[in-house]
Design a protein around this ligand. Structure first.
Ligand code: IPE
Ligand code: IPE
Ligand code: MG
Length: 238
């Protein structure tokens, strides 16, 4: 059976998971990191090529300052603590999103893990942090317009493949399967360009409860979908 080469995940429901257990929201975020560790391992074992996870959106700055600072330091610590394991598992880590608003400490942790794992050839793990699909498209438009003005692109020759080169990580392939945990059925500004033909899978479980077995269930659901990309099913009909 076909394993989707690129899976994207909206890891939602950490706060509700914590509340359901009478805990503070930040406990849910900590438990969410544990869940991610298990899912990354399972994705690698299954032979998934790329996994892109949503860790902090450009809209998440609207949350109380205390939660935002917690998420920033949790991200920084997680990158530092997991760097060696990820490196040894041959995982290649990239962080996508706007870097301008991030602190020096967070930027340093990002650069370190990207450099350390740059030559790895196993699972490609993209972490969307301070990421917004519209922000990515706007940043892409700014750079394209600049290149057009400087004559590096010809507006009449511009293709979708050319535009793709302006994404935060142009090497990210088309998403095949997009999973959202936590019961909400929306994209929340995630990977708008890359998910044009993604198969969507919504799961009621809160992210901290999501396991490798749940990942397999999502993949099983993907495997029985009929992907037509606007064409027709191959039934032999003329
Ligand atoms: C997802 O969980 C993690 C982030 C957005 C950082 P939430 O924090 O959104 O959890 P809920 O949706 O409030 O339960
Ligand atoms: C999406 O979850 C962002 C992340 C998982 C990082 P949100 O909890 O921020 O999304 P909404 O507010 O429910 O749309
Ligand atoms: Mg949420």
């Amino acid at each position: 059976m076909k394993i989707p080469s690129h899976i994207a995940i909206i890891m939602d429901g950490n706060g509700r998971w914590a509340r359901s257990k009478g805990l503070a929201r930040h406990k849910g975020h900590q438990a969410g990191v544990q869940a991610l560790t298990g899912v990354v391992r399972k994705a690698g074992e299954l032979g998934v090529s790329s996994l892109t996870v949503y860790a902090f959106s450009t809209e998440n700055w609207k949350r109380p300052g205390s939660e935002v600072s917690f998420l920033m330091s949790l991200f920084q610590q997680t990158l530092l603590r997991q760097a060696r394991d990820l490196f040894e598992n041959n995982t290649k880590v990239r962080v996508i999103g706007r870097r301008a608003q991030l602190s020096r400490g967070v930027l340093k942790a990002i650069n370190q893990i990207e450099e350390l794992t740059a030559k790895n050839e196993g699972l490609e793990l993209n972490i969307a942090f301070n990421y917004g699909g519209r922000a990515e498209i706007l940043d892409m438009v700014r750079r394209v317009v600049d290149d057009l003005a400087k004559g590096r692109q010809d507006i009449n020759q511009l293709t979708e493949e050319d535009l793709q080169q302006y994404l935060y990580n142009p090497a990210i392939p088309e998403i095949e399967l997009l999973i959202r945990t936590g019961g909400e059925q929306r994209l929340s500004n995630y990977l708008l360009w890359q998910s044009a033909y993604a198969e969507l899978y919504f799961c009621e479980k809160y992210w901290p409860d999501f396991t490798g077995e749940d990942l397999i269930k999502a993949i099983n659901s993907f495997q029985i979908r009929s992907r037509r990309f606007g064409g027709l099913e191959e039934t032999g009909d003329q």
